[in-house]
Write a protein that binds this ligand. Sequence first.
Ligand SMILES: [Zn+2]
Ligand SMILES: [Zn+2]
Length: 155
Amino acid sequence: MKLEGSCHCGAVHFTDEAETPYAPYMRCYCSVCRKTAGGGGYAINLFAKAKTLKVTGKNHISVYRVRADRVAPEPGEPTPKGKLSEARRSFCRDCGSTLWVHDPRCPDLLHPFASAIDTRLPKPRRRKYIFLADKAPWVEVPPAGPHDLHFKTYP
Ligand SMILES: [Zn+2]
Ligand SMILES: [Zn+2]
């Protein structure tokens, strides 16, 4: 399935091939996704192929790498000044839309954020809820079940 995506201001457009439209959607509740992409307390990461990514407006993209030894500081605690994380989060520097996450340790895989996708996506048959250990207390999570898989960290 071909995914088409863009940022809100339109400076960045991209296309990519999804692994499968029915790969479980991954809802990430970590503090990074919540702060950078998660109005509802989480971001939804899709599974796509890094090799087929095509981008226009590359010069509008900035990359954020977390500078921390851990993903989730305690609420109110400043982000620790550790080493840069490998994961690279691309976003539009003009409007701030988060676009995708890529980790060179898994070079073939790209995680576009569902929020940046313009293609009409199917509703997922299964969902993975990850980094629930870092979930903010105000965030509600649907109960676990055969189609709703809960994970405290990265599965
Ligand atoms: Zn933009
Ligand atoms: Zn996350």
